[in-house]
Design a protein around this ligand. Structure first.
Ligand code: GCU
Length: 675
C-alpha cells in the first residue's frame, strides 16, 4: 500500500483507457507446466494482471478465447513446440514474448527453454502492462547478458547489517529453519522480477558460525524458498574457519588437513543444499584473516576453496578489495599490484570480485584499473547499492547514472567495463555483477522510497549492462508511483540529476574520501589523526596553501600507469581528464584555469553551491508532484529531501570553510556566505 512494501510490484488498477485495451489482450491464462517455477510465474501473472486490469484472470487448461496468455516451454507445451520461435537465441534464462494467433484466437505467447525463463518472461509482460506499453504486436526476444547477477548482503548473524540503513537483517536466524517469514517469498519475487539469480546471505566480514550444521539447516530453508525464483544462495567463508569451527591449529591453504577440512565442509554443504552457489571471500583486507597470514598468496587461498567446491559445480568469488596498513603504496594501486601478477594462476571456478573503483565506493571514482587487465581471470563487478558514502537512506541519489558511467567506460583493452563483466571481451566462462544490498526489515525494504530504485536499477543493469539509466528510472517511477507523464518526466529528471548533486556537495571535481570517520556520514576533510594514514581524508585531498588534489601521474604515485596506455594518457593530462576526475589524478594550484575560465578554487566553491541548488530544485519539483502521489509516500520523500537540503548545506559550508582555512582565498562572487 502506501507504506512502500509492494515496491515496483504494486499492480494497482491502470487508468480506464489502458484497462480497456489490455482487457481484450489478457482474458485468460494457459500454463501447462507443473514446476514450482511455473506456478510462481502463473501466480504472478494472476496477481499482477487481475490487479492492473481490475478483474480476475481465469486460469484455463486450453486456449478458449481471444486474448489468452500462453505460458510454456517446448517440452511442456506442444503448441509452443510447434511454433517457430527464436528460442535458440535465449539460452537457459531468456524468453520470447510474442503476439500471435493459435487456432484462430489472438494469443500472447510467453515461451522459454527453461521454466525460469518463463518466470522472467511473466515479469516482463507485467512490466509492459505496468508501464502502459501497447499490448498489440508484441515481439520480444531477451536474455541476460551476464551469468551471475547477485546481491551481497552484509548481514551479520545477530541481524545487524554492516552499512545497512534499512533496519535489521531480513534473515531471522533465530526462527529459521522452522518459521518461513512470508517476506522471504516477496524478497524472491522482487529479485526475480529484475533477474537477480543469486544472493550471498552473509557479511564479507564473516562469521564462521554460518558454516556449522545448525546454520546450514537454516540456509537450506531459505534456499528452498528462493529456488523456484531462480535464486541460488551463497555464503561468505571466513578464511580461519578451520581453526574457529574445525578445531585445527592452522588455516594454511597448503596444509593437507586444512584442504581436507574445506573439502569435507563443501561436501556437507552440498549434501544439504545441492544447488548451493559457492563462497564469497574477503581475505587479508581490513584485518580479515587470509592466506597471507601463512605467507601464501591470494591464488593459493582462492584455489584451495575452489578445489573444495569444484566437484559440486560451485564457484569462489575472491574479493580484490585489499589494502594493507603497512603498505606505503598509494591505496588506489594496491589491488592491481597484488592481483595483476596472479592473472592466469587461478582455478577456472575462481572469479575475482572487483569494486567499481580502486578506493572504496566513493560518490564518484574512475573505473578500477583491473577491469580489462585480467584476461585470464573472470571478474565480477561489485557495486554498492547501500549508500555508505552517499548520504545513507535519507539523501536521494539515484545510482543508475553512476553505474552506467562505469559500465560504459572504455578500458582501453578492447572494450568497455560492461564487456569485461558480461564476459564477452575475454570469453570468461562465468562472470557478472554483484550489488551490496540496501535491504533490511524496514517496511519499505530499503529505508527510503527512492532507494528502492537503486535495488531495481542494479538488477536491470546486471541483466543488461548496456541498459539506459534513464529508461530504468522511468520504468521504476511508473511502476512504483504513477504512469502519468506529468509525474514521470519531472521525477526522472530529479533522479537523473541526483547523483551529480551529491557529488557536487560532498566531493566535487574528483575529490574523495572526505567523510567523517567510521560511519562516513557528513563532512570530515580536516581529519588527520587516525592511526592509519590511508584512512585520513587529508591523505586524499592533500590541500595546502598552494593547491589541492592527489597526484597520481608519473610525478606522483603513478597510479595512471595501471590503466591501458590510451586511457592513461587521458587521465594523466590535466587538460584532457574529465573535470569530474581532475583532483583524483592531479594536484593542481588553486589558480589552475578550468574549462569555464574560472580558477580551480572558484570552480570548487561553485560546485559545492551547485550541489545545494540542485537539492533545492529537487525539493521544489517533488512539492509540485503532490497531486500524483499518495500522501504518506509524498510526505516521507519530502521529509527526507528537507534533511538532504540541510545536510547539503552542512557539507558545502564545512568543506568550503575548511579549504579556505588552508588557502586563505576569498570566496568567488556570487558564492553564498556560510550560514
Ligand atoms: C568498506 C566498508 C566496510 C566494508 C568494506 C568491504 O570499507 O566501510 O564496512 O567491510 O568496505 O567492502 O569489505
Amino acid at each position: 500500500g502506501e507504506d512502500g512494501y509492494d515496491l515496483w510490484l504494486r499492480y494497482r488498477p491502470l487508468e480506464a483507457g489502458l484497462q480497456a485495451r489490455y482487457g481484450r489482450a489478457a482474458t485468460e491464462l494457459v500454463a501447462t507446466g507443473r514446476s514450482a517455477t511455473v506456478e510462481a510465474a502463473a501466480a504472478e501473472l494472476e496477481r499482477g494482471l487481475s490487479g492492473l486490469l481490475g478483474r480476475p484472470l481465469p486460469r484455463t487448461a486450453r486456449i478458449g478465447k481471444d486474448g489468452a496468455i500462453l505460458l510454456g516451454t517446448p517440452a511442456s507445451t506442444p503448441a509452443i513446440a510447434a511454433m517457430k520461435l527464436p528460442l535458440d537465441r535465449v539460452g537457459a534464462e531468456g524468453f520470447v514474448i510474442r503476439s500471435t494467433r493459435i487456432g484462430g484466437r489472438d494469443v500472447i505467447v510467453i515461451a522459454a527453454n527453461q521454466d525460469i525463463g518463463l518466470l522472467y518472461g511473466a515479469f516482463r509482460l507485467l512490466r509492459l502492462v505496468q508501464t502502459g506499453a501497447a499490448p498489440e504486436g508484441l515481439d520480444i526476444v531477451d536474455a541476460p547478458k551476464a551469468k551471475l547477477r547477485l546481491l551481497n548482503h552484509w548481514d551479520n548473524l545477530d541481524r545487524t547489517v554492516e552499512r545497512g540503513y534499512a533496519g535489521f537483517s531480513l534473515w531471522d536466524w533465530h526462527k529459521l529453519p522452522d518459521y518461513l517469514d512470508p517476506r522471504y517469498t516477496d524478497y524472491a519475487r522482487a529479485n526475480a522480477s529484475i533477474g537477480i539469480n543469486g544472493t550471498v546471505l552473509t557479511n564479507v566480514n564473516a562469521n564462521a558460525e554460518v558454516l556449522t550444521a545448525p546454520y546450514l539447516e537454516k540456509v537450506k530453508a531459505l534456499a528452498g524458498v528462493f529456488r523456484p525464483y531462480g535464486i541460488r544462495v551463497y555464503l561468505t567463508a571466513r578464511f580461519s574457519a578451520p581453526i574457529e569451527i574445525g578445531g585445527l591449529k592452522t588455516a594454511d591453504p597448503l596444509d593437507p588437513a586444512v584442504r581436507a577440512w574445506w573439502r569435507a565442509k563443501a561436501d556437507e554443504i552440498y549434501r544439504t543444499i545441492p544447488d548451493f552457489g559457492g563462497f564469497l571471500v574477503k581475505a587479508n583486507s581490513e584485518g580479515q584473516p587470509g592466506p597471507q597470514d601463512y605467507k601464501r598468496n591470494h591464488a593459493d587461498g582462492a584455489n584451495m576453496l575452489a578445489d573444495a567446491v569444484k566437484p559440486h559445480g560451485g564457484v569462489v568469488m575472491w574479493r580484490a578489495f585489499v589494502y594493507a596498513a603497512d603498505n606505503r603504496e598509494d591505496r588506489a594501486k594496491q589491488a592491481y599490484s597484488e592481483f595483476k601478477p596472479l592473472d592466469g594462476h587461478f582455478r577456472d571456478n575462481v572469479i575475482v570480485q572487483v569494486k567499481n573503483g580502486a578506493i572504496d565506493f566513493q560518490p564518484r571514482e574512475p573505473f578500477h584499473p583491473l577491469f580489462g587487465a585480467m584476461p585470464k581471470t573472470p571478474l565480477v563487478m561489485e557495486f554498492q547499492i547501500t549508500k555508505e558514502y552517499l548520504g545513507f537512506a535519507t539523501h536521494l541519489a539515484y545510482l543508475g547514472t553512476m553505474w552506467e558511467e562505469v559500465l560504459r567506460a572504455d578500458t582501453g583493452h578492447g572494450g568497455t567495463v560492461a564487456r569485461v563483466v558480461d564476459g564477452s571481451l575475454h570469453h570468461y566462462p562465468v562472470s557478472g555483477l554483484a550489488g551490496v544490498a540496501n535491504i533490511g526489515n524496514d517496511r519499505n525494504w530499503t529505508g527510503s522510497h527512492f532507494d528502492q530504485a537503486n535495488w531495481y536499477a542494479f538488477g536491470r543493469l546486471a541483466w543488461d549492462p548496456d541498459a539506459s539509466a534513464r529508461t530504468i528510472a522511468a520504468d521504476w517511477a511508473r511502476m512504483t508511483f504513477s504512469n502519468e507523464d506529468g509525474f514521470v518526466r519531472p521525477t526522472v529528471d530529479v533522479m537523473m540529476a541526483s547523483h551529480q548533486a551529491v557529488v557536487d556537495y560532498m566531493t566535487p571535481l574528483g575529490l574523495h574520501h572526505l567523510m567523517a570517520t567510521g560511519h562516513h556520514y557528513g563532512p570530515g576533510p580536516w581529519v588527520n589523526d587516525l592511526g592509519r594514514p590511508d584512512w585520513n581524508p587529508t591523505y586524499y585531498h592533500r590541500a595546502d596553501a598552494q593547491g589541492i588534489g592527489f597526484d597520481r601521474t608519473r610525478s606522483g604515485s603513478d597510479a595512471v600507469s595501471q590503466y591501458a596506455p590510451s586511457v592513461a594518457r587521458i587521465f594523466a593530462d590535466p587538460k584532457r581528464v574529465p573535470e569530474d576526475l581532475l583532483l583524483w589524478f592531479h594536484h593542481l594550484p588553486w589558480d589552475h584555469r578550468m574549462a569555464s575560465g574560472r580558477s580551480l578554487w572558484d570552480e570548487l566553491v561553485l560546485r559545492y553551491g551547485r550541489g545545494v541548488a540542485e537539492v533545492r530544485r529537487m525539493r521544489a519539483t517533488w512539492e509540485s508532484l503532490r497531486p500524483f502521489v499518495d500522501p504518506r509516500r509524498h510526505a516521507d520523500v519530502a521529509a527526507f529531501l528537507r534533511i538532504q537540503e540541510k545536510e547539503a548545506i552542512w557539507w558545502r559550508d564545512a568543506s568550503v570553510a575548511y579549504f579556505r582555512s588552508i588557502n586563505r582565498l576569498p570566496l568567488p562572487p556570487g558564492a553564498p556566505e556560510p550560514a
